[in-house]
Design a protein around this ligand. Structure first.
Ligand SMILES: C[S@@+](CC[C@H](N)C(=O)[O-])C[C@H]1O[C@@H](n2cnc3c(N)ncnc32)[C@H](O)[C@@H]1O
Length: 204
């Protein structure tokens, strides 16, 4: 990733993704998690305060050492056992059917081969297991989409490989998930090119 990716991006993500505006969304996404949980793209643990009591433990997958370090205080404040168990969502070090639920928040934009990562998440979920997600991606309006395509190279360079134009519902569908409770909307207070969100549950 280089120095900028290793030392600046994780701090940038901790600040920009840590704003209070996003907390109600984290709360909504985490609400249905239960049992053994996989979190892909754990970052600095911004979802930790929102894990419900139905969560037994969490396997965190996160490549950034600094992201994991920035999670220290949140991990100290939770009673949920969280173990950093992997570094790459594209190749998960777990047997098939290992988890009851999984969570991904603002991560599918960044994983380089997101198709492979989603197939991996599906593989390690037990049958009927659920992936709870909120992700930004391709906007529903063509005018916004045009701006997303124009701005994407800048976004990728500045934000650690973050794409603006990924069609999240269709990626989940192609990976074999059944979509449930899908909500597609623009996040208030965020430029539309970055604030076109898909929030929902995908069932294995
Ligand atoms: C925009 S951040 C979101 C972080 C966190 N999910 C949140 O909601 O604050 C994207 C995260 O994906 C992680 N990431 C990048 N490549 C990844 C990969 N191959 N596997 C798993 N996570 C990855 C980044 O390190 C970063 O923590």
């Amino acid at each position: 990733m280089g120095w900028y990716g290793d030392h600046i991006v994780p701090r940038l993500v901790n600040k920009t993704c840590g704003i209070a505006l996003l907390e109600p969304l984290r709360d909504r996404v985490c609400a249905g998690l239960r049992g053994r949980v996989l979190e892909v793209g754990f970052g600095s643990g911004l979802n930790v305060p929102f894990y419900p009591r139905t969560v037994d433990d969490v396997a965190a997958v996160e490549p950034s050492d600094l992201g994991w370090k920035l999670a220290t205080d949140r991990l100290a404040d939770t009673s949920v056992p969280v173990v950093r168990s992997g570094l790459d969502g594209q190749s998960l070090p777990f047997p098939d059917n290992s988890f009851d639920s999984a969570v991904s928040t603002w991560t599918m934009c960044t994983i380089p081969d997101v198709e492979t990562a989603l197939r991996e998440v599906r593989r390690v979920l037990a049958p009927g297991g659920t992936l709870h997600f909120v992700e930004h991606g391709l906007a529903p309006d063509t005018k916004v989409q045009r701006w997303q395509h124009r701005f994407e190279p800048v976004q990728k360079a500045v934000a650690g490989g973050c794409h603006l134009t990924r069609d999240i519902p269709s990626l989940l569908d192609s990976a074999g998930f059944e979509l449930r409770d899908l909500d597609v909307f623009y996040q208030d207070g965020t430029p539309r090119i970055m604030g076109a969100l898909s929030l929902g549950v995908a069932v294995r």
